[in-house]
Design a protein around this ligand. Structure first.
Ligand code: ZN
Length: 309
């Protein structure tokens, strides 16, 4: 594609999406409202994911976009992704402290009023399935458990890339049980998710994931993740063909959450878990990039598949 306007492809695609009313900029990189057509595509794609998993007997659960800080402290997210954290803070002082807070706020060009806030009991959810595990303490049934959920996920990574939002939704199927049950879930969804994306005209490639672990320790975590091939991603070009974007991931966590939250499989061992997650905004962005900004001009097969006609 030629660069007539001098914008890089990410900025140009963002401009196109905003112009079409699909995204509403909120003045912070990676933070957007969504237009009706954009949201409609997400709703319809979710219906396809649900139809695909319908026969599997998943239990449906829903969580808010914040979760228990104590539960956050039971996992090692802070060691691997400190730069992505979202923490909720509020004001807990009395009248005297409030006067001081307001004074600093009014003088905010010179002073930092946010330092007068205190951490609340909650953190923003860094991955949609994290709030699920703490409530499952105990022993799973012999066949293990399967959950479906959709949730908002926060990642503090301000970017010009519309496919790298700070807050977005993931729809997941989460399997808990033995090692075999968990890996079978991840492995079967690699193909199912790829086929599903294919039916809406997204030719996704399956790759081993390369998460942005932080710092020196992160290089080891990154190497270990690749070496053990714990996580696979389905990638589609959105703003770059050289660096296509992950629109879905298939993750095997081994017994990480089982150990962290005392979840046992029926054999008394720490439960193994796996999840498949679709990045809903990214799927919509890939669809609008692939088929055009106006859903009315999308290929008829795709429109039918998404119940748009
Ligand atoms: Zn997950």
């Amino acid at each position: 594609m030629c660069v007539q306007d001098g914008l890089d492809p990410r900025a140009r695609y963002t401009q196109d999406l905003v112009g079409a009313g699909h995204l509403i900029p909120l003045g912070v990189p990676g933070l957007f409202g969504r237009g009706g057509d954009f949201e409609g595509v997400i709703t319809r794609f979710q219906a396809l994911v649900r139809a695909e998993g319908q026969g599997d007997g998943a239990i449906e659960v829903h969580f808010p976009p914040i979760f228990n800080r104590a539960h956050y402290c039971s996992i090692s997210h802070i060691h691997n992704f400190p730069d992505l954290i979202g923490s909720v803070h509020s004001f807990t002082g009395g009248e005297k402290e409030h006067r001081e807070l307001v004074r600093k706020f009014e003088n905010r060009a010179e002073e930092d009023w946010t330092r007068d806030l205190t951490p609340a009991d909650s953190m923003l959810v860094p991955a949609a399935c994290y709030p699920l595990y703490p409530g499952l303490k105990g022993t799973l049934p012999a066949q293990g458990s399967l959950y479906e959920l959709v949730g908002w996920v926060f990642r503090h990574e301000p970017s010009d890339d519309p496919a790298r939002m700070q807050i977005f939704r993931q729809r997941e199927y989460v399997r808990l049980g033995t090692e075999d049950q968990a890996t079978a879930h991840r492995d079967s969804w690699m193909q199912r998710a790829r086929d599903l994306l294919q039916t809406v005209g997204l030719d996704a490639e399956l790759v081993v994931a390369n998460d942005p672990f932080f710092g020196r320790g992160g290089r080891m975590a990154k190497a270990s993740q690749r070496e053990q091939a714990l996580k696979y991603e389905l990638v589609v070009p959105i703003t770059s063909t050289e660096k296509p974007t992950a629109v879905a991931s298939c993750n095997y966590h081994r017994d990480y959450f089982g150990l962290a939250f005392d979840i046992l499989s029926a054999d008394g061992q720490p439960a193994h878990t796996a999840c498949v997650g679709f990045g809903l905004e990214r799927v919509a962005l890939a669809l609008f990039k692939t088929h055009g900004l106006d859903t009315a001009s999308w290929p008829e097969t795709v429109r039918q598949r998404l119940s748009l006609s």
